[in-house]
Design a protein around this ligand. Structure first.
Ligand SMILES: [Zn+2]
Length: 253
């Protein structure tokens, strides 16, 4: 039996992309090989007496193990995310002063730093990441991009930012700079922001389209009714949803 185990270990197998199994040991290797892979169980295993039923059992067992491993890994990730959320909430109540980086962190390059405070408790996002919402930013931010800071540090940064007279940033600061200084920079920023968010808009549009295409599907209708409507009006309008687009139009008229 151990001889057979050794043989099985040597003649390990993998799945072909379009179905079927091949022997990793017997199949030709190398990118320049155009020979067909050798089906698994391969002749040496057949000669050793491996039956189809045994081969099937081996395949099923490995798939089950892979699935179990995957589930265990997901559960561990979920638990870890929840642990980070609990720890954050335990140490940093809503309103905690933070530096938040909606894009990239300063160690990784130039991005936006928000001198702000949390406006929700941390939670695990739908995609499984620990996140929190901060004031001045519509979307949640990963906890890895939110640094709680001491009050004096925060206040110094806040004052420095107010005195910095930024040429580009948020409209409420426009009053501090002249129109000629501000407008070109603002337009450039708008253009840049539009370009950077376009892939997200495209993705959202696709999700919305595929959901609305599922006419009559209970789950899709439920999703549109309960999840989609939670998304801000103007974001839905950007994704090509006609209802909020017309609603916004009326509001603006
Ligand atoms: Zn083989």
């Amino acid at each position: 039996m151990s001889a057979c185990d050794e043989l099985l270990k040597l003649h390990d197998w993998d799945e072909l992309l379009f179905g079927g199994f091949y022997c990793l040991h017997c199949s030709p290797t190398g990118e320049d090989s155009f020979d067909d892979p050798i089906a698994w169980p391969c002749p040496p295993l057949r000669e050793a007496g491996l039956t189809d039923d045994e081969a099937r059992e081996i395949i099923v067992a490995r798939r089950e193990k892979a699935e179990a491993d995957y589930r265990a890994k997901k559960a561990a990730e979920q638990a870890e995310a929840q642990r980070q959320v609990n720890e954050f909430n335990h140490r940093h109540p809503v309103g905690t002063l933070v530096f938040a980086y909606p894009g990239i962190r300063p160690e990784d390059g130039a991005g936006t730093r928000l001198v702000t405070r949390t406006r929700t408790e941390a939670q695990v996002s739908a995609s499984g990441d620990p996140v929190v919402w901060v004031e001045g930013e519509g979307s949640y931010i990963s906890l890895t991009h939110v640094d709680p800071v001491a009050e004096d540090v925060w206040e110094a940064a806040w004052k420095a930012e107010k005195q910095a007279e930024p040429t580009v940033v948020t409209p409420q600061r426009l009053g501090h700079a002249t129109r000629d200084e501000t407008i070109p920079a603002l337009l450039a920023t708008i253009k840049e922001l539009r370009a950077s968010r376009q892939p997200l808009i495209d993705a959202l549009t696709r999700v919305h389209q595929s959901m609305t295409a599922c006419v009559g599907d209970e789950w899709a209708m439920e999703w549109l009714g309960e999840v989609w409507t939670q998304i801000p009006l103007h974001v839905r309008a950007l994704a090509g949803d006609q209802d909020p687009a017309s609603e916004l139009g009326e509001g603006g008229a």
